[in-house]
Design a protein around this ligand. Sequence first.
Ligand code: GLU
Length: 540
Amino acid sequence: MTMTSLSLTLRDEQQLAEMKRAMMVLRYKVCLLRSTVGRLFSTSSGKKNVRVRFAPSPTGFLHLGGLRTALYNFIFAKSRGGTFILRIEDTDQTRLVPGALDNLHSMLEWSGLFPDEGPLPGGRHGPYVQSERLHLYNQHIQTLLENGTAYKCYCSSQRLELLRKASIRNGETPRYDNKCRHLSQTDMDTQAAEGKSFVIRFKLNPVVEPNNDLVYGRTLYDAGHIEGDPVLMKSDGYPTYHFANVVDDHLMEISHVLRGQEWLSSVSKHLSLYQAFGWQPPQFAHLPLLMNKDGSKLSKRQGDIFVEQFKNQGYMPEALLNFITFCGSGFDDNRKIRSMEELISDFSLDKVTTHSAVLDMDLLDGVNRGHLSRLLGSSKGQQRLIKELRETVREELGGRTNSSLHEMDDDYLRKVLLARKDHIGRLKDLTSPNYAFLWVCPDLTTTDFSSITQYSDFILSSAISHLDPVYSFTKETLSPILRQSFTSLPEGLKYPQCMKVLRVAMSGLKQGPAVAEMMEILGGEETVRRLKTALNHLQR
Ligand code: GLU
């Protein structure tokens, strides 16, 4: 490849990426417009001004824990006619993972959790990415330095490490001893004159602020005693999570903070910060810890909880979201198939429990099946599934489909879906080897019919002669015809063996859907064609 064509390719790729991004922004805007219009018609209850945020750090790809936080914020906002905001907390620059942000946007888009405000749709409280808000944190840290609630700390990393090790040796939580809180002005001037780097710490109030959590009730955590004064601004000029989080929640007028239980112990620090600024804090609601069925903590290290994997495995977004609510929080009946509209209307923060929420992966297929069935009940839903099934088959089987059989037209795909909806968990299951007969003629070159019975050609000829004139190819009409075709059988031959031969001839499978059902799906022409092919094959 020449340099010119290489640079052209790169430029093309860049343009493609930009176009993709622009399309995503456009889709977001359309959804935003839709939800704004929706809200205009639904804010008569006086429950306006609910503003919540999902504030992930792009330190990894979106996983089920993150999706749960996004979902609960989304449904809480929508149930109150409120605003759902996406804020990117990327202040820990050392932990950023390439691609994490794009993954987050595309997974939120896939799951339909479109933010009303955020990096893509924009909004009047932007920018919504913390690394673009450094000027705001600098401005606000000055306020705290000036009112005496923050101070510069010149402790070296070696000293902090020694402190940490000492605490661990004594079996204690590592604690900063607040040394620099007490530096005299002269000490500070000397350190500054030496050009020593510093962080800015918060003077934690010795009187601990209790939190009246909307889920956990009254909680107390004496962070000052346990951890010492926390860092607000790091030496690299970036704020810490605690500081940026509080400043942004205030500036973005967040009314409720819904987030994972692991942040519960941070609230006392946050409340002290609100107090130091003289700001009204939002209300906090912490969501219970997500657990695996075996009682272990759900962890992204397991690798199998990334949202993208569920998408790639063919689960539907509404099923995955619904499944997350099965973990037992926020609803009267937690094991119900619910659409997004129903999740919104049935959700109640009062019903979020404090006991750990178990995600039982074994239930996911059933939830997906429930959504498939529901969609098949409406013509709009059918159209969507038909389109998705066609795409899935093309993706999974590519050139291996024998499209001349039925050209995957809508009627054929509808028939397949209606016939197998109770037997599959995902559309993708229909492309597994057990269902290959739906898309390709079986290859019978190595099939040994004689292992089933010596009467295979009799069975095939008899079925062909009885079926050829049949016009209505439904399970109901076919079952009695099949019975009739095999009433008088040669000595030793049984009806189930006849069915087995027909099943193998049509699908290459010894086990599978009932023969009449297979015939109904394939249709008269294709069934007879396959039986004749098998017979030719036998007679060769
Ligand atoms: N950036 C934090 C996270 O990734 C947000 C915690 C919060 O919602 O306050 O979990």
